[in-house]
Design a protein around this ligand. Structure first.
Ligand SMILES: Nc1nc2c(ncn2[C@@H]2O[C@H](COP(=O)(O)OP(=O)(O)OP(=O)(O)O)[C@@H](O)[C@H]2O)c(=O)[nH]1
Ligand SMILES: [Mg+2]
Length: 408
């Protein structure tokens, strides 16, 4: 680049030159953000090139040939913005989630977190604790004694209010974390019932082998689906029965494991075998299992109930009943996982710290002795400060920034 820097925050188009060869690489868009008015607070020059790989590589080669320049580490921009005090850790996590968001609910959740929804909640709680501690501090002259009864009851009542708010926040069915990671939906059933056939229909391509040989699928096969904005990971599994062959047995063990960790089970039964349902299959049914009777092209529509539910008749061959099945699955997922207005926990890191805060507050309620009560409240406040990155920064930096993509 041979020209001087453009004025800050003004998009300028001009040629991008290779400084070594003096040859033009691209005609690009340049944006200059001068310190402190940038995401990281430092001087930043953004170069928007045309999109092809050759342009990108020639640009990078030219830039990296300059002295003192290197590629950014994963998460480095956000880490620098955090170090400069421009964002807290939850906002940095929101940036990473927004970059990775693949469905509408993931995008909205990430955008809210990036905008400070979790930071504001945890800071509000922390401020409350700081003001309780200040009230105790005022009594510190009587350090070996109990808190005056009046003050103790004020502090207890405020602590109880906070505890109930935190309890609601923790009792979230892990919704925020599941929205971020994708909810797990497992296709289960006896061999040959059509699990892999349904999987291929959901995927819109041949991801799983379909055959009339019983016990075809052994490994878990997984695809991602967007169910009206909610991300779902759908797993095809080995047909469950009393197998003798070692590899098939291992496949079935994996089916059971997947059934345990999944959020929603879809039980696919073979219409031709109806109403014979093996006991090892019935054992897996629960309230939220969707029961499907496949191969309706071969059997009459079955109205009879299984474990108090009318099965949904489908045919993977003619696709009859597939739209109804998709509606039922999407409705179930939306009922359980649709975003509300409250900020949600999106990572195990938050959950652990909020739980620690909750436990410390509960302990504090049982204590009247001034120093000990203050210590519990301080621990509760520190747990919250760890989430936003106010304290113990070194311990959490690696955890927070390791999953970022390069640069962001
Ligand atoms: N007529 C008919 N045949 C079907 C239907 N769905 C699946 N099949 C056939 O049933 C057989 C088994 O289908 P798969 O999808 O491999 O069954 P699976 O449940 O994955 O079987 P395993 O992997 O062995 O547990 C294949 O020959 C399919 O073509 C259907 O709706 N109608
Ligand atoms: Mg299969």
């Amino acid at each position: 680049m041979k020209k001087k820097l453009p004025s800050p925050r003004t998009a300028v188009i001009h040629e991008l030159y290779d400084p070594e060869r003096g040859k033009i690489i691209d005609v690009s868009l340049f944006l200059w953000f001068s310190s402190p008015n940038s995401f990281t607070g430092e001087d930043v020059l953004e170069i928007h090139t045309h999109g092809g790989r050759a342009v990108r590589e020639a640009t990078l080669r030219a830039i990296l040939s300059l002295k003192g320049i290197r590629l950014a580490e994963p998460g480095e921009f956000s880490a620098r913005a955090f170090m400069a005090g421009r964002i807290d850790l939850t906002e940095a996590e929101g940036v990473a989630d927004l970059v990775a968001a693949e469905t509408e609910s993931q995008r909205i959740q990430a955008l809210r977190q990036m905008g400070g929804s979790l930071k504001e909640l945890y800071e509000r709680w922390r401020q409350k604790l700081v003001s309780l501690l200040a009230k105790i501090e005022a009594e510190i002259d009587f350090s070996d004694e109990d808190l005056p009864t009046d003050l103790n009851s004020v502090i207890c009542s405020e602590t109880e209010d906070l505890l109930s708010e935190i309890k609601n926040h923790l009792n979230d069915n892990k919704k925020g974390q599941k929205l971020r990671e994708g909810i797990r939906v497992v296709l289960l059933g006896p061999p040959n019932s059509g699990k892999s056939s349904l999987m291929n229909i959901l995927a819109g391509r041949d991801v799983a082998i379909v055959s009339n040989i019983s016990g075809t699928t052994r490994d878990i096969i997984e695809i991602s689906l967007d169910l009206d904005g909610i991300p779902a990971n759908i797993c095809d599994t080995a047909g469950i029965h009393n197998a003798t062959e070692e590899i098939e047995k291992e496949g079935i063990r994996r089916s059971h494991k997947e059934a345990k960790i999944s959020d929603i089970k879809i039980m696919i039964l073979d219409g031709e075998k109806w109403p014979e349902i093996p006991s090892e299959i019935i054992e897996l049914f629960d309230d939220d299992t969707i029961i499907i009777l496949n191969k309706s092209d071969l059997v009459k529509n079955v109205k009879e109930k299984i474990v108090k539910k009318t099965p949904l008749s489908i045919s993977c061959l003619t696709l009859s009943g597939i739209p109804e099945f998709m509606n039922q699955l999407t409705e179930m997922v939306k009922n359980r996982y649709e975003l509300g207005d409250n900020p949600l926990i999106t990572r195990e890191r938050h959950r652990l710290a909020v739980s620690e805060c909750y436990e410390a507050l509960k302990r504090s309620l049982l204590i009247t002795e001034i120093e000990l009560k203050a210590e519990d409240l301080r621990q509760a406040s520190n747990s919250l400060a760890r989430i936003t990155g106010r304290i113990d920064i070194e311990d959490v930096l690696d955890i927070v920034f390791k999953d970022f993509c390069i640069g962001k």
